[in-house]
Design a protein around this ligand. Sequence first.
Ligand SMILES: [Cu+2]
Length: 165
Amino acid sequence: MHQHSLPSRRSALLGTVAALAAFAAPGIAAPKARIPMELWKDPSCGCCQDWVDYMEKNGFAVTVHDQGNSAVRARLGIPPRLGSCHTALVGGYAVEGHVPAADVHRLLAQKPQAIGIAAPGMPIGSPGMDGPEYQGRKNAYDVLLITRNLMNSDVSTRVFTSYRG
Ligand SMILES: [Cu+2]
């Protein structure tokens, strides 16, 4: 048994060394797997698609559903007052609206006990709401962390990141 397992272990080790050498080589970026995200939006929502394109450029692989946004939002436990134009699910968290990718990456790294994060409404200047039609305008907005009280199921929020206008 030992005789048989040795060559394969050895080649696996050599493979690892080769991979590490490739990662260390200057000018060669380590290939990074994109994070799967599922998203629900209205088919005619242009700013939703702009956000999808932005997320695709920032480390996410987005599967888009052109319906069911409101139903998914309700299912995930996001109250309508925190709603926006699209709802996403990533790593077990809800992401509502035009949330910057950095906040989603931080959420996935910190793994708080939470429903997810939201940028309620459609803040002008947020990712996907920053096209030429807005002429560089930026409104201040907060990305909120949404939590649910496990005792009474009350939903509450606190500021996750504040963006200045
Ligand atoms: Cu929008």
